[in-house]
Write a protein that binds this ligand. Structure first.
Ligand SMILES: Cc1ncc(C[n+]2csc(CCOP(=O)(O)OP(=O)(O)O)c2C)c(N)n1
Ligand code: SF4
Length: 260
């Protein structure tokens, strides 16, 4: 494990709220970039959402995509610069609402890109509105009585859905709910980038992440929410490895325990 600040992480004061998961994910990406020795050829794409300023924190080439368009921008960059290691960084509003079409088609094409999908179950940047991943019964600014699946639809399992496609190479869901969860996240980010370096195709890591502010919880209780509530709806595990579905998840509508 690296103990020092990764070279690929900038020395910038964070704008994230106390207890937010985004800063942890940035550090883990920077560690993987350092470890894989790819800083000079990595291109990251920042989303719209609280991580819009991700380019301030990562010392790699970064650009910015319009809301939800990260996979389209990543596709373009990777196709014109096949030697670049291209990752997209997206929240659940960005990826699973406005960006769902780009997500499905990039995965279906098997683009050789990597997506880090930070699922905190709400729209953080705009004030805690309901996201496609908001849990049943969860209170948000736009569902103050709790998400009602009969009116609002059920929470969307992005890993489960992408795992029905033929082309993705690697899909894993992890949870930033504990030190062990952070270690799994570190390994998954590394594995996803490694797959791209090996030219294998599309990889996505979904990261269940705390947003204490719009969960209206303390940072510690927000971690408990990720562990007990989010992980129950969105089970962590490997869904797809080496281009093949793993375990009982394939074909199921939601979850199922898998490798961890
Ligand atoms: C085309 C467009 N529609 C809506 C918005 C407003 N908007 C900005 S961020 C955001 C939600 C971001 O939520 P999420 O992707 O979950 O990221 P988080 O802030 O929670 O990390 C929305 C709806 C926008 N900037 N552009
Ligand atoms: S609003 Fe939520 S997601 Fe956004 S920075 Fe604060 S804790 Fe993080």
């Amino acid at each position: 494990m690296l103990s020092r600040k990764p070279k690929a992480l900038a020395d910038e004061p964070t704008h994230y709220c106390p207890g937010c998961g985004h800063g942890i994910v940035h550090k883990l990406i920077a560690e993987a970039v350092d470890r894989l020795g790819i800083r000079e050829r990595t291109v990251g794409i920042a989303p719209v959402g609280c991580a819009v300023l991700a380019y301030n924190y990562l010392r790699v080439d970064m650009t910015e995509a319009a809301h939800g368009r990260v996979p389209a921008v990543a596709t373009g960059i990777k196709r014109v610069q096949p030697d670049a290691i291209v990752f997209g960084y997206q929240g659940d509003g960005d990826l699973a609402a406005i960006g769902m079409a780009e997500t499905i088609h990039a995965a279906n094409r098997g683009e050789n890109i990597t997506i880090f999908f930070v699922n905190n179950s709400v729209y953080g940047m705009t004030g805690g509105q309901m996201a496609p991943t908001t849990l049943e019964g969860q209170l948000t600014a736009t569902c103050p009585s709790g998400r009602n699946p009969l009116e609002d639809g059920a929470p969307i399992g992005v890993c489960e859905m992408l795992n029905t496609l033929r082309r993705p190479w690697y899909i894993e869901r992890v949870a930033l709910d504990s030190p062990a969860g952070v270690r799994r996240c570190r390994r998954a980010i590394h594995d996803a980038l490694r797959a791209q370096m090996d030219g294998k195709g599309y990889s996505l890591v979904e990261i269940l992440s705390p947003c204490p502010v719009y969960l209206h919880l303390s940072p510690v209780d927000a971690l408990r929410f990720v562990r007990e509530k989010m992980a129950a709806q969105f089970p962590p595990g490997v869904f797809r490895r080496d281009g093949h579905p793993v375990g009982p998840a394939h074909g199921k509508r939601s979850g199922g325990a898998m490798e961890s």
